[in-house]
Design a protein around this ligand. Structure first.
Ligand code: ADP
Length: 261
């Protein structure tokens, strides 16, 4: 437990540091990009303009990176909406299947009902995609990825065992691959920003850190289980919300009851 707590504190500190730097950096990049655009408009077609366009592309890459860091540092604004995760994942599975390719079999198991959550669905899809891409990279010779969505209750005992966990009802998204798995050492660092075991150019080390930041910011929990040679399971717990709890905006013109005859 002490180790878990230390890990959580380290993540918090890293999040603040990277989030702060990323935030300032993004502002600088916005200024650079705005200035480049202004110069570009004034330049005729030609070599100089090409160079400038290249600079703009690199600036855009930088902005993308800082966006990922902001997600880890929980500085990324969320746009949460009520969504049924069963439906969301079903609607997303064709794209996932195409991304994974023919060698990887994707199965989705959607258990029961009550799978509503208040979540930024585009950021959730991004998180699922990141986990799926890691699974694909861990299964170069093919394999299977199983996605299970279910509703779970985490009780106080569980919250005591895991210092970061809050008890309550959650919708669990569990993604298990039959890939290479992680050593304990890799698992320990996997969530940290810029930690990667992939070759330069094929991994930024920001995938899982982004997923972690997003899940925390959404009031959920992230857990990793992995065994070398057997595979990896990534579990995302998001606070469950029944349809009746769905927040409603204050009506501009409340309906006025008809006066009784
Ligand atoms: P990246 O994918 O760019 O390396 P991530 O933060 O997504 O960055 O992952 C960090 C590291 O965690 C990976 O380089 C890899 O070593 C390990 N990892 C993540 N997911 C898996 C997985 N499903 N199976 C095995 N190793 C994984």
């Amino acid at each position: 437990i002490e180790e878990d707590l230390r890990q959580a504190q380290k993540m918090e500190a890293l999040g603040q540091l990277t989030g702060g730097i990323a935030h300032d950096f993004r502002n600088l990049l916005t200024v650079i990009s705005g200035n480049l655009e202004m110069i570009e408009d004034k330049l005729p077609q030609g070599r100089l303009r090409d160079i400038l366009q290249e600079a703009q592309e690199v600036t855009a890459d930088g902005a993308k990176l800082t966006g990922q860091l902001l997600a880890f540092g929980r500085r990324q604004p969320l746009n949460p909406q009520f969504d049924d995760l069963g439906q969301l994942v079903t609607g997303f599975s064709d794209l996932l299947r195409r991304t994974l390719g023919e060698n990887i079999k994707l199965s989705t198991v959607i258990a029961g009902s009550g799978l509503g959550v208040l979540v930024d669905s585009s950021q959730l899809q991004n998180a699922i995609l990141n986990i799926a891409l890691n699974a694909r990279d861990a299964m170069p010779k093919g394999g299977s990825l199983t996605m299970e969505i279910s509703r779970v209750h985490l009780d106080d005992n569980c919250a005591k065992t895991y210092p970061e966990v809050r008890s309550g009802n959650f919708v669990l998204i569990s993604m298990s691959d039959t890939g290479l798995g992680m050593t304990d050492e890799v698992k320990k660092h996997a969530i940290e920003p810029f930690f990667t075991t992939k070759q330069a150019g094929s991994g930024t080390g920001l995938g899982l850190s982004m997923v972690y930041g997003f899940v925390k910011q959404s009031g959920g929990h992230l857990q990793l289980y992995s065994e070398v040679g057997r595979g990896t399971t990534v579990r995302i717990y998001l606070p469950a919300m029944a349809a009746s709890q769905q927040p409603e905006c204050i009506q501009e013109k409340p309906a006025v009851a008809e006066p009784l005859p």
